[in-house]
Design a protein around this ligand. Structure first.
Ligand code: SAH
Length: 388
């Protein structure tokens, strides 16, 4: 179990109470890993023995995606930071123990530029004002950096000078996007997007494959642990080169593309059209000819596979926190893959879904927790099920 002895007590976060993002801030890293192991054991040990959690050597600054909300204090000062938990009050932050330092630096610069360019910030109460959020994505392997300026209006006063100044201060930025979001919503990104600089996406490398990531597509936020997670998932799949594989909830196609080398054929399925677009391009970039992608609800997709009498040997499934639905699970059972590799960021919904699968012809063979989110209470697990 790799881990260092450094505890968070050596490093103080001034806003941890208000932010609430790091629920385990008061624990040493070793204690955090024990806490997560116990959580997974409590929920999943009834199915099978739980392997020891795989932790990080350095659990700080792992987040490659950082977002900050912009607003004003009562006194009128422009601030940026995170929302106080369960509220829309912005907690002013300059840096963060788990976020990429470079992204935080860029956000601080933007806050200064907003002041010097006399731009306004968005006010949720009256839906007025310009800058609402800043989102930064950093490809740690390639060094590419995307900055998304989420604005309440399409009009961008002093746009060219602002961009020029930002690039002068941060030449490492490789692309800048304006995303317009003037809706009453807690979603950060709106529908309308325009590229102000660069190619409009970044690339990153995982498990030897290159991936294009756009502003709206999902991409794992801890690339070091993602490689470990994906390698475990592919190992559990036990591919021999002949299998027909489904990668359900595939995002930008990462797991399927990494696995495709060892499979006969892969079919990815994902709901978000931007992610599917990225996935198709990613298959091309990596010269994978044996993988296709469908843009659909995973449950609908599995149902239609079943109705068309399609075959599936191995199923990877990596649903969002809510887990899968009955439509998905019952269709998966009818398709009867030899092995199911269930990757989950929420062991509670995974437990529910495992109850269903194990009552319907599957047996849990391996459970591997991976710490993808140090200092938070979240834990990722990979579970292997085989047909009885
Ligand atoms: N396997 C990918 C993505 C996992 S996150 C990776 O490792 O990067 C879960 C993904 O499921 C997201 O991309 C999300 O857009 C997608 N998703 C959410 N609900 C879905 C549904 N009902 N059907 C298909 N995909 C869905």
């Amino acid at each position: 179990m790799p881990q260092n002895k450094k505890s968070s007590q050596n490093r103080i976060c001034p806003v941890s109470r208000k932010c609430g993002g790091c629920q385990l801030m008061n624990m040493s890293y070793e204690e955090q890993l024990r806490f997560k192991q116990a959580k997974v054991i409590k929920l999943l040990a009834g199915f099978h023995r739980v392997s020891p959690i795989i932790g990080m050597h350095n659990p700080f600054h792992y987040r490659n995606k950082v977002q900050a909300a912009f607003g004003r204090t009562r006194g009128g000062e422009i601030i940026s930071g995170v929302y106080q938990s369960s509220t829309h009050n912005i907690v002013k932050t300059e840096s963060c123990l788990i976020e990429d330092d470079k992204a935080d630096e860029i956000i601080c610069t933007i806050r200064k530029l907003v002041k010097s360019f006399k731009l306004t910030v968005y006010d949720e109460r009256n839906s007025r004002g310009f800058l609402r959020h800043v989102l930064v994505k950093h490809g740690f392997s390639t060094g590419e950096i995307m900055v998304v300026l989420v604005t309440g209006t399409t009009v961008f006063p002093s746009k060219n000078d602002f961009i020029k100044e930002l690039l002068k201060l941060h030449p490492e930025i490789t692309t800048i996007i304006q995303n317009v979001n003037n809706k009453f919503t807690s979603m950060v990104l709106g529908d309308k997007e325009s590229v102000l600089y660069g190619k409009g996406y970044i690339e990153d490398i995982l498990c030897g494959c290159r991936f294009r990531i756009s502003a709206k597509s999902f991409y794992q936020i801890n690339p070091i642990q993602t490689e470990i997670l994906y390698n475990k998932a592919v190992e559990f799949a036990g591919l021999t080169g002949k299998e027909r594989v489904i990668d359900a909830y595939c995002g930008i196609g990462t797991i399927g593309i990494v696995a495709s080398e060892k499979a006969g054929e892969v079919i990815g399925c994902e709901l978000n059209p931007d992610a599917v677009k990225d996935a198709k391009i990613n298959a091309k970039i990596n010269e994978k000819a044996n993988i296709q992608f469908a843009c659909a609800d995973a449950g609908e997709f599995m149902l239609s596979m079943k109705e068309q009498g399609e075959k599936c040997d191995v199923l990877f499934m990596d649903p969002p926190r809510a887990g899968s639905d009955k439509k998905f699970l019952s269709s998966a059972i009818s398709l009867a893959p030899e092995r199911i590799v269930y990757i989950s960021c929420n062991p509670e919904t995974q437990q529910r879904d495992l109850f269903y699968l194990t009552k319907n012809g599957y047996k849990v063979k391996k459970i591997q927790p991976v710490d993808m989110f140090p200092f938070t209470a979240h834990v990722e697990t990979v579970v292997l099920l085989t047909k009885i």
